[in-house]
Design a protein around this ligand. Structure first.
Ligand code: AGP
Length: 608
């Protein structure tokens, strides 16, 4: 989604803004722009191309204060006139991330008062609204605070004024924003990755905060307008963790980072001899004592992680579990159970629907909340009583890979902790599970060795327009995730079904042009799955079988076998999903798509 960077410094800030935008590219965008203040004038450059094009266009521009933006269109098509920053009377410039819900009403009023709108966006009203207060003699800070009080919706904003080259104002509500603290230079950004080349010292703004940023310092005011102090954090992210290194794409790099990401996520647990609830927070033990069911809320890939967890939680911990898509739950009339543990799962921790679903659950009277998240300072973590941080490191590719497998690892730990607390995990079983978790990173290494074979298999998909993924039980969500990966980066239409559903409808789609990808694990449902696959072959369907050791599948005409190195029991979904990530990646390479930034998608979905 949209990305913001801003800077005030003694040096020219244009290269800082452009480098920051480049680092925000992964969030997804369709246009970009920047404004700098120089000689009491706003100099604006915008482009519907890549940041590289904006860089070319900005060659002759310089300034010591500026704001910049990558836009992911919501209101108004992707075009130069809709790209940010938006100006009001060449005096006020604004960049905005979020959605202003009452923009039509504000636009009508401001137009009647003489404001001239030049875009179709909701964001432009912010510039005119601030200007309307600024024109009455208010400071830029006060004018911004007054304007924000009239906005309904979500925002992170950066504001500069042509006649005030010494102050940059920013604010957040519902969309992330942080300050970067340098020596006699300061910055604002949507996420810390944009700031790493200039500073690691960051201040996370809280909901409703407004900040006045200048060369030598900054002042923060909370939602009530009171001056507040917020702690300065030193980011642990390294510049190297954001670089591509030897890989062709971030997605490929992130697929290969999974052994380390899993090892890091499981580190504390695998080094100890037993599992304790404390890994989810100091109050976890007491909370877990009280819960009698689990409600998981998430979106996209994170929702698939929840679907896998349901099988684990019910079978191993014996605790009823429901999994809901956050955007459905937040608007559905549901029956709350205060003894449910509400588990939200999110890579970014800033997904608007997941945040809203958590707030909705809390409003319904759910006291027990746990988030599983990859970003420590995210809104989701701050909104939840308990949390577990996956340690996947920054995930740049839009398609989620290492975030998903580390979420699964975290959810498996949750299952084991709850099982233990409920007296369903013997000491011997606990040790067996811990042993399997310790082995997981090396099991993943073995799957990664299949990369050349999977790349070869992917060549058969180049001219395909549709694909069907099948799995059963624990691996049905993995089929869903495999289909999501394929569709989002290769643009092949892909569907996933529990294999037993085949003859209830989707079998009608099967012919020689429909590749059917099967997750064939060596478990109790293997023979049933084999029968389902016979049904596909009998209709001329081409099978691509990812089969565990010991499943006795053989390649034959119309059956392409990918022999998986082992069967990992309950952890098998993690191994199979990695194989399907590689398949999607190589199909996308064949098709020549923009793997890391697939069309129309954003990494961090901060609007509804
Ligand atoms: C998956 O590849 C996507 N990037 C998407 O489905 C993602 O998982 C979803 O938008 C939720 O994001 P979150 O985990 O950051 O909340």
């Amino acid at each position: 989604m949209c990305g913001i960077i801003g800077a005030i410094a003694q040096r020219n800030v244009v290269p800082i803004l452009l480098q920051g935008l480049q680092r925000l590219e992964y969030r997804g965008y369709d246009s970009a722009g920047l404004v700098v203040v120089e000689n009491n004038e706003l100099q604006r450059i915008r482009s519907t191309g890549r940041v590289a094009e904006l860089t070319t266009r900005s060659a002759a521009t310089s300034g010591h204060i500026g704001i910049a933006h990558t836009r992911w269109a919501t209101h108004g098509v992707p075009s130069e006139r809709n790209a940010h920053p938006h100006l009001s009377s060449n005096l006020i410039a604004v960049v905005h991330n979020g959605i202003i819900e009452n923009y039509e009403e504000l636009r009508t009023r401001l137009t009647a008062q003489g404001s001239v709108f030049t875009s179709d966006t909701d964001s432009e009203v912010i510039a005119h609204l601030i200007n309307s207060y600024y024109a009455r003699g208010n400071s830029l800070l006060v004018a911004t605070q007054a304007a924000l009080a009239e906005l309904v919706g979500a925002y992170a904003i950066g504001v500069v004024a042509a006649d005030n080259p010494s102050q940059l104002i920013c604010a957040r509500k519902g969309s992330p924003l942080l300050l970067g603290v340098g020596i006699d230079e300061h910055f604002i950004a949507s996420d810390v990755s944009a700031l790493l080349p200039v500073t690691k010292n960051v201040v996370y703004l809280e909901e409703g905060d407004v900040a006045e940023v200048s060369l030598h310092g900054y002042r923060i005011f909370d939602a009530k307008g009171q001056a507040v102090e917020r702690p300065v954090h030193v980011s642990k992210l390294s510049n190297a963790s954001m670089e591509l290194g030897e890989y062709r794409h971030y997605m490929q790099k992130e697929i290969h980072e999974q052994p380390q990401a899993l090892a890091d996520t499981l580190e504390g647990v695998c080094n100890s001899q037993s599992l304790i609830p404390g890994i989810f927070g100091a109050e976890a033990a007491a909370a877990f004592e009280q819960v009698e069911s689990i409600l998981i809320l998430a979106c996209g890939t994170s929702h698939h992680a929840g679907l896998v967890a349901r099988y684990w939680l019910e079978e191993i911990a014996g605790i009823p579990c429901t999994v809901e898509i956050a955007s459905e739950y937040r608007y559905r009339v549901s029956v709350p159970n205060p003894k449910s543990l509400v588990v939200t799962i999110s890579q970014s921790g800033e997904t608007a629907d997941t945040l809203a679903a958590l707030n909705h659950a809390k409003a319904l009277g759910h006291p027990h909340t746990l988030s599983i998240c990859n970003v420590p300072e995210s809104a989701l973590v701050r909104l939840s009583k308990l949390h577990f941080l996956t340690r996947a490191g920054p995930e740049i590719g839009v398609a989620s890979t290492k975030a998903f497998t580390t979420q699964l690892a975290a959810l498996f730990l949750l299952t084991l902790v709850l099982a233990k607390q409920r007296g369903r995990l013997s000491a011997e079983k606990e040790q067996r599970h811990l042993h399997a978790l310790r082995h997981l990173p090396s099991a993943v290494q073995l799957v990664l060795k299949l990369e050349p074979d999977i790349a070869q298999m992917a060549e058969r998909f180049t001219d395909k327009r549709h694909a069907l993924f099948l799995g059963r039980g624990l691996h049905y969500p993995i089929a869903l995730e495999g289909a999501l990966k394929l569709k989002e980066i290769s643009y092949i239409h892909a569907e996933a079904y529990p294999a037993g559903e085949l003859k209830h409808g989707p079998l009608a789609l099967v012919d020689k042009d429909m590749p059917v990808i099967a997750v064939a694990t060596n478990d109790a449902l293997l023979e049933k799955l084999k029968s389902n696959l016979q049904e596909v072959r009998a209709r001329g369907g081409e099978l691509y079988v990812f089969a565990d050791a010991g499943t006795r599948f053989h390649s034959s005409e119309g059956v392409h076998l990918m022999q998986m190195p082992e069967h990992a029991g309950y952890l098998s979904p993690i191994l199979h999903t990695i194989a399907l990530q590689l398949l999607a990646y190589y199909v996308a390479l064949q098709k020549g798509t923009d793997v890391d930034k697939p069309r129309n998608l954003a990494k961090s979905v901060t609007v509804e």
